[in-house]
Design a protein around this ligand. Structure first.
Ligand SMILES: NC(=O)c1ccc[n+]([C@@H]2O[C@H](COP(=O)([O-])OP(=O)(O)OC[C@H]3O[C@@H](n4cnc5c(N)ncnc54)[C@H](O)[C@@H]3O)[C@@H](O)[C@H]2O)c1
Length: 308
């Protein structure tokens, strides 16, 4: 007879799934075609394994009669009301650091895409515009400066990769004193924005960081500079970003994350040529998906054992 019922709103990696299914103490409920369907079953479960498309809000938590732990597949707890869960004595766990390499590599891939105009050249050659080779102006990244906003697991990995490419690295993170690696700390965000050729965001979405990059910040950046966002869409004011890109306050942007996901087809950012877009995939490499899901399952089992 299984001891714990675990709600699984969305599919997870097969190796992690096997860990759940082969554990005689566990009964799995899910996954569901529409993750929101899982909400109606919250009353009767001991644990939940949450990816980014499932909202754990106060209303849901109020209905959870015997929930002991919520395990997030990944980092970024903005889809979970952590304070309320903690007040109710429910543990909230996330997987720190395991996706840093994949997300950092994605940020660097976007950096190269912007610097080398890969997406623009790709479009032009398909239109028969061979002469685009004289028009696009790719740049070298060595010798350029990247400014990292947020210097945790992912920011540090991006710094390591950027330094190995011969870039200079600045970082702004009020909670990190210094870097061991050669990245230089700046204490004022404006200084980083003014001094960087690429600005890359690696901080969590909180009430404090929501729309932290707005018109004032974008206007601080240089006209040839690029913004890369693989953190959370709502950290950037998308309307201001659109104007910045349209009116040339900055040269371009690469965006993996959006204020609303998936973005509406009317989102004007989708119409701009100086924007590179990916659908929230920075952490979805094969390797990372497996690592993070396995860790999330292990975290949940350990928490349930601990609360026995
Ligand atoms: N696109 C993706 O697929 C993907 C995948 C994983 C994580 N993420 C996002 O990346 C974020 C960072 O991940 P991480 O693993 O590096 O987290 P982390 O907790 O290791 O690092 C976050 C850093 O941001 C700093 N920070 C907090 N508030 C700040 C502020 N106001 N200004 C500047 N810095 C601030 C913290 O001090 C910390 O050092 C996550 O919160 C998540 O939202 C995105």
């Amino acid at each position: 007879m299984p001891k714990w019922k675990i709600l699984l709103p969305q599919q997870i990696d097969p190796e992690a799934m096997d860990l759940l299914l082969n554990n005689p103490d566990i009964e799995v409920v899910g996954p569901f075609k529409d993750p929101a369907e899982a909400r109606r079953l919250i009353e009767d479960v001991d644990g939940v394994i949450v990816r980014s498309a499932f909202q754990v809000d106060a209303t849901l938590l109020d209905r959870a009669q015997r929930l002991k732990a919520i395990s997030r597949v990944g980092v970024g707890l903005d889809n979970i009301d952590v304070d309320y869960a903690c007040k109710k004595g429910i543990k909230v766990l996330n997987v720190e650091g395991e996706n840093a390499l994949s997300v950092a590599e994605h940020a660097v891939a976007l950096l190269f895409t912007l610097a080398k105009g890969i997406n623009w050249f790709d479009r032009e050659i398909r239109r028969g515009n061979w002469k685009s080779r004289y028009l696009g102006k790719p740049i070298e990244v060595a010798g350029k400066t990247i400014g990292l906003v947020g210097f945790g697991a992912i920011g540090k990995k991006v710094a390591e990769l950027a330094l190995s490419l011969g870039m200079q690295v600045l970082f702004y993170d009020p909670f990190v004193e210094k870097s061991e690696s050669g990245a230089k700390k700046v204490c004022v965000l404006e200084e980083l924005l003014k001094g960087s050729d690429f600005v890359s965001l690696h901080l969590p979405l909180t009430e404090e960081t929501r729309k932290m990059i707005g018109e004032r910040e974008l206007r601080c950046m240089q006209p040839h500079a690029f913004l890369i966002n693989v953190a959370r869409g709502a950290i950037v004011d998308e309307k201001a970003l659109y104007r910045a890109l349209k009116e040339g306050w900055i040269a371009g942007a690469a965006i993996d994350v959006f204020e609303e996901e998936p973005p509406s087809l009317d989102n004007p950012l989708l119409k701009l040529e100086n924007v590179v877009l990916t659908p929230h995939v920075a952490g979805l490499t094969k390797e990372c998906t497996r690592r993070v899901a396995v860790k999330a399952v292990e975290n949940l089992i350990a928490a349930l054992k601990g609360s026995d």
